[in-house]
Design a protein around this ligand. Structure first.
Ligand code: NAD
Length: 471
């Protein structure tokens, strides 16, 4: 039975592989199994077979997840460089991503969280009701290429902790670190509890619509999210979608520009802007507009851009050629529409998928670089005259993932943050998530909740027992 578990790929499928490119060079450096949709039947069948054992014993489950967390930490020096090689991010960020995976496994291994206590309910009648929580069955997890390990763990850690088995498919742009992570974690778990499958489409489509899957948890773009939801409708599996974002940062008129500029810059440019909840638009009071543009442009011009494995690099390449083309296209269109590049505005003349960190001023507010998700190292800055106007502009988007407000008077900033229509609003920072918080976008940013106890409940179903007080 074919599977992508290292060491278990049968000879017959060894020829079916696809190249994995290093975005810092644009050249292939390795390959991964290109599994066919039909192979999934066997993988899902094994995930089903492994489920009763895994769901039966919460104590062993918690222990196994803690062992897995230790193993992930111990494998950091193997995982992080591989992640940087295929994804492009600076090595320090890859190490941080690996650490986050271990932390998330530990968080969900806590029995107080992962084995929710039954709850007695009553409505005054002589029948006692008790709500118990049950796992769903095999869960399909489908993730993108921007945070391959971290986003994978955001799916498998709560799903496994809740007593489900998981079949995980990484992006074909970043399959390798996830395969290695899978083998590291699987060594701590019973066989077939977590299986990684790799391959190009239609593998994801088949996984999303597989009749043996009971929950499809997807992170990626809006169009693919819609396709996933449509596919899962065939089996009526539960669907959780974490999709795009177009987060606004609203700067108030009492903001200390020099103090926040570097933090704001990184909130937009970390991981080369390829972050669902990055700052993707900045609204600055007209009085401070030039100062804000110049402060951000200064960081964009001076940040060290280079291969992630180079210890001096703070910003790596864009992950892949289609994404680079998209960033180039949306920047060129904005410049043609009258925007001014206060920094960058073009590809870097070097091998690989490098784009100069770009700050755009004087952008028409209706330009797609403002209204859509650019998902790259390009940041439009827009002026506003009244706060109401800024809040309305921040909310005038089809997305609703996050937003932030920056100022000196924290109470006033919080009052403005409260008016943002999104899942998470930050004050004086952006895109930092607690493991314990719910993460749920509104509008096109998603369906369902990930993170914290809510993420766990997304992988459980209520089961109710009614029992009379007397026989
Ligand atoms: P994508 O939608 O192209 O791909 C995501 C995953 O879906 C990949 O594994 C891909 O192979 C798979 N896939 C492709 N077609 C499929 C299909 N028909 N059925 C099932 N699976 C399919 O997204 P991407 O380009 O890899 O990632 C970038 C997008 O992800 C951005 O829009 C970004 O905002 C979003 N994102 C969202 C979050 C969040 O938590 N909200 C986090 C990170 C990234």
């Amino acid at each position: 039975m074919p599977t992508s578990r290292p060491g278990r790929v049968p000879a017959a499928t060894r020829a079916e592989r696809f190249a994995v490119l290093d975005p810092a060079t644009g050249e292939a450096f390795d390959e991964a199994p290109d599994q066919r949709p039909k192979e999934l039947d066997a993988v899902v069948a094994r995930a089903h077979a492994a489920w009763p054992g895994w769901r039966s014993d919460p104590t062993s489950r918690a222990k196994a997840l803690l062992t897995a967390a230790d193993a992930v930490e111990a494998a950091g020096a193997r995982l992080a460089p591989l992640l940087t090689r295929e994804q492009g991010k600076p090595l320090s960020e890859s190490y941080a991503e690996v650490a986050r995976v271990a932390a998330r496994l530990r968080y969900f291994a806590d029995p107080a969280l992962s084995a929710p206590r039954p709850r007695r309910i009553t409505d005054g009648r002589p029948v006692r009701g008790e709500v118990r929580w049950r796992p769903l069955g095999p869960v399909a997890a489908i993730v993108p290429w921007n945070f391959p390990l971290q986003l994978a763990s955001a799916k498998f850690a709560p799903a496994l902790a809740a007593g489900n088995t998981v079949v995980l498919k990484p992006s074909p742009f970043t399959p390798l670190a996830t395969r290695l992570l899978g083998s590291v974690i699987s060594a701590a778990l019973p066989e077939d509890v977590l299986t990684i499958v790799t391959g190009r489409e239609p593998l994801g489509a088949r996984l999303a619509s597989h009749p043996g899957i009971r929950h499809v948890t997807f992170t990626g773009s809006v169009p693919t999210g819609r396709a996933v939801a449509a596919g899962a409708s065939a089996s009526l599996a539960r669907v959780t979608l974490e999709l795009g974002g177009n987060d606004a940062a609203v700067l108030l008129d009492d903001v200390d520009v020099e103090r926040i500029a570097e933090r704001l810059f990184w909130a937009a440019f970390r991981n080369c802007g390829q972050v669902c909840m990055a700052v993707k638009r900045v609204y600055a009071p007209a009085r401070l507009y030039s100062q804000v543009v110049e402060a951000l442009a200064h960081h964009a011009r001076t940040v060290v851009v280079g291969a992630g494995l180079d210890p001096d690099s703070r910003l790596g390449p864009v992950n892949n050629a289609p994404q680079l083309a998209r960033v180039e296209r949306c920047t060129a269109r904005a410049l043609a529409a009258g925007a001014r590049a206060a920094a960058g505005g073009h590809r870097l003349e070097r091998p690989g998928y490098f784009f100069a960190p770009t700050v755009l001023a004087d952008v028409p507010p209706t330009d797609p670089v403002v209204t859509d998700e650019q998902f790259g190292p390009v940041l439009p800055v827009l002026p506003y005259d009244s706060l109401d106007e800024a809040v309305a502009a921040a909310n005038d988007t089809g997305f609703g993932l996050g937003g932030s407000v920056w100022g000196t008077d924290l109470d006033r900033a919080e009052a403005v943050a409260d008016r943002l229509e999104c899942g998470t609003a930050w004050i004086n920072h952006h895109a930092e998530l607690s493991l314990a918080q719910p993460f749920a976008g509104i509008k096109d940013s998603g369906v369902g909740v990930a993170g914290g106890p809510w993420g766990l409940y997304g992988n459980l179903r209520p089961f109710v027992v009614h029992r009379p007080e007397e026989p």
